[in-house]
Write a protein that binds this ligand. Sequence first.
Ligand SMILES: [Zn+2]
Length: 200
Amino acid sequence: MLTTYARPLLRLLEALEKLPGVGPRSAERMAFYLLRASREEARQLAQAITDVKDRLRLCEACFNLSETARCPICQDAARDPSVLCVVEEPKDVLAIEKTGAYRGLYHVLLGAIAPLDGIGPELLKIDELMARLSDGAIHEVIIATDADRDGETTAAYLSKLIRPTGLTLTRIASGIPVGSHLEYADQATLVRALEGRRGL
Ligand SMILES: [Zn+2]
């Protein structure tokens, strides 16, 4: 059926279908929506996609997404530089920031240890984390990796690594359902999980 479409439409459908969670039917709905939309609306969408590729980079300190060398959170003098929350992905920073309940800094690992997928600790920002911890400014590390298998593996690995430093080490877990991703937890649950963090 797709072969009956004109070539430019086919290319759009192919591109949309590559997006996570988008099957052929929703790709078609989006494509036909865009066909009906104004040229300006389509241009804005295309520009937004190009901008995230061209203008976003990783913060040199915490590896959160940033438009500048240091992200706004790392640059914010009102935040508590003695507490560091370790998360897997930039979207986890966003989820915790939305709660408004955390005022410390972050460290984004850019993934989790996943031996079955061939992702070892050397592929994550763990050396960079240990370098940050050695400068003496950080007193507490909160491990906020996901509550699934890879997140727990990563938390266990990090706690082994960090415990000898003598820093206060905690893990958020209570309230986040086992096996689930941080980003999907509702805000009240995340706040409870942060407040109820326990020593590792
Ligand atoms: Zn940063």
